[in-house]
Design a protein around this ligand. Structure first.
Ligand code: ATP
Ligand code: MG
Length: 256
């Protein structure tokens, strides 16, 4: 049965999509069966993985499975043998109001993906940078949350908002939700600030597991703009090694 991990942070541009995509490839390389779910109306993950083919999924995507207009099986796209995707679509933002007004609105994603969980080892959900109904659905459907963050002042104090939301989800819809860890992203030693903020992060949230730090990497940004994983673009580089290490760490926490 798959373990479901939400990659989430209400702050924009911190690396949620980059992390989802590259962790997904890293886990698949380890022989795991991975399903990626794009629940962000910006559909960056979907576009990164299948490009303009996203246009073909107007009637079979994460939104239509949540509104019950299509079956989950019809919405699964095979990216590679061990790496599948439930895409987002341009029409997802229009579904938001429909889902907000629907019965059992917080559990729409959970209910939709449950039938296919036995087919996978890991489900990774890429979330939008906001605290709305999509993130609530995602956390309700998840076993774990993985939080990428930037080591800036607002990046560090902004963690409190995610922790508050997780507390609310635990008390209202999903008592099993646990924090897999924080993933500091875009780390550099070229300026002193990130190292100082890292220290501050550890002091402010001593109980939050701190996972592999992902370096700031031009290769990562280039890989993303070409729509490929870091393993394809620069497989021997520092960023690829960091994602492999992170995948091992995730497996050891989740599988014990
Ligand atoms: P959004 O909140 O809009 O969904 P996000 O949290 O998903 O954003 P990404 O899209 O993954 O963030 O990353 C934002 C930008 O930062 C992208 O251009 C990406 O290529 C770049 N980026 C992410 N991680 C790194 C890194 N470690 N080094 C360099 N650039 C990075
Ligand atoms: Mg994103």
């Amino acid at each position: 049965m798959a373990r479901v991990i939400s990659i989430a942070n209400q702050k924009g541009g911190v690396g949620k999509t980059t992390l989802t995509l590259n962790l997904g490839f890293a886990l698949a390389q380890m022989g795991k069966k991975v399903l990626l779910v794009d629940i962000d109306p910006q559909f960056n993950l979907t576009f990164g993985l299948i490009g303009m083919e996203v246009l073909n999924y107007a009637e079979n995507n994460v939104g239509t499975i949540m509104t019950r207009e299509s079956s989950v099986e019809d919405a699964v796209v095979e990216v590679e043998e061990n790496l599948h995707l439930i895409p987002s679509h341009l029409n997802l933002s229009a579904k938001e109001i429909e889902i907000i007004n629907a019965y059992n609105r917080e559990r729409r994603l959970e209910k939709a993906i449950t039938p296919i969980l036995p087919d996978y080892d890991y489900v990774l959900i890429d979330n939008p940078p906001s605290m709305g109904i999509f993130l609530v659905n995602s956390l309700t459907a998840s076993d774990y949350v993985l939080i990428p963050l930037e080591l800036s002042y607002f990046g560090v104090i902004g963690m409190q908002l995610m922790f508050n939301l997780m507390r609310m989800i635990r008390s209202e819809t999903n008592e099993h939700l646990s924090l897999l860890g924080l993933v500091p992203n875009k780390f550099t030693r070229q300026t002193k600030v990130p190292s100082l903020r890292l220290k501050e992060l550890k002091e402010t949230y001593p109980d939050a597991p701190l996972l592999t730090i992902i370096p700031k990497s031009i290769a990562l940004e280039k890989a993303q703009s070409k729509g490929v994983s870091i393993f394809e673009f620069d497989g021997d580089g520092r960023a690829a090694k960091a994602f492999t290490k992170l995948a091992r760490e995730v497996v050891s926490v989740v599988e014990g």
